[in-house]
Design a protein around this ligand. Structure first.
Ligand code: SF4
Ligand code: MG
Length: 316
């Protein structure tokens, strides 16, 4: 609820700066057990920061993060410890996120050492089983990351994040760095694992074409805010926010006329995250902007069951 994550900016070597990058600027949403919530937006919109903030890889500037009845936002490291293994993340880049000097066994063991689950002989059996779940084999246990392809490395990172038996995983663009030919395989595997292990996902991506298939609901972020949130099909069939329409317009379709009526073309650049924009943050690129948009910030409103949008066009 009302999550803000601001990063201070150092202006020069002397003195402090009062400037902040408002990476996440008043975001509220629910995440239901067992669902996949897709989160999309251009790079720099704050989606990774939001993902990392809700599992407390970062401190929280303000707001609350209710997890199973407990507010993670207010906890210190000691209180967070039991929650850490319940929440894991899979990063975008399987090349830099795996220590090249460790074997697959050691890489997957590392989080287990930290959280102290499963020792000795049982551990090797457990890890072998995990490798099979992610489509690798027992013979891969003693190999190093450089011996694997990008897709296989991402499978190792996924096994690593599953090692402590989490219930919630922030998947931060887990397929963006992979060859198109293996993207679908990895997404299908994540879906199978979700079914089998009862996982909940926040699935971050930079474009809407990647998340439709896997997400139950999708949130669209722009400059630190969620501007629209709806069930997956509803968002594709009835996009409401001009920014969502622009993102959908940029996905190639077989028959371009099919989307012509609803087409919004993005103009201008993404404003600097330091720019102080009063009113709607999308006003500089929105073809429908009015005087009201420059003065008053639109608040999220419900326009259908579970469909919310923050845009003045819908609250007249
Ligand atoms: Fe465009 Fe105004 Fe809606 Fe913002 S509030 S998206 S500027 S119409
Ligand atoms: Mg990112």
């Amino acid at each position: 609820q009302h999550i803000k994550k601001y990063f201070p900016v150092k202006r020069n070597l002397f003195g402090r700066s009062s400037q902040h990058v408002k990476a996440v600027d008043d975001v509220s949403f629910k995440l239901y057990r067992g669902e996949t919530l897709g989160l999309v937006g251009e790079s720099g919109c704050g989606k990774s920061t939001l993902g990392r903030t809700i599992i407390r890889l970062y401190d929280v500037t303000s707001g609350s993060i209710m997890y199973d009845g407990h507010d993670l936002a207010k906890m210190g490291e000691a209180q967070l410890k039991p929650f850490r293994k319940r929440m894991q993340t899979i990063f975008q880049d399987p090349y830099s996120s795996l220590n090249p000097g460790m074997t697959v066994y050691e890489l997957i063991s590392e989080p287990m050492n930290i959280h102290g689950n499963i020792d000795g002989k049982q551990r090797r059996a457990f890890i072998t089983d995990l490798l099979e779940k992610v489509g690798l084999k027992a013979e891969h246990l003693d190999r190093y990351p450089h011996e694997f392809s990008g897709g296989q490395r991402q499978r190792v990172s996924i096994a690593r994040s599953l090692a402590v038996k989490p219930e919630f995983i922030v998947c931060d663009e887990p397929i963006s760095a992979l060859d198109v030919s293996v993207q679908a395989q990895v997404v299908n595997m994540l879906e199978d694992l979700q079914q089998e292990l009862g996982l909940t996902y926040l699935f971050i991506a930079h474009d809407l074409s990647m998340v439709r298939h896997i997400s139950n609901r999708i949130g669209v972020m722009y400059l630190g805010q969620i501007v629209e949130l709806a069930e997956s099909n509803e968002l594709y069939e009835n996009p409401a926010h001009p920014y969502t329409k622009a993102l959908l317009s940029s996905i190639p379709v077989a028959d371009p006329r099919a989307r012509e009526q609803n087409r919004v073309v993005l103009t201008g650049e993404l404003p600097s995250p330091l720019a102080a924009i009063s009113g709607c943050k999308f006003q500089t690129r929105c073809p429908y902007a009015t005087a009201r948009c420059r003065e008053e910030e639109p608040k999220p409103i419900e326009i259908g069951t579970g469909h919310q949008v923050a845009c003045h066009l819908y609250d007249e």
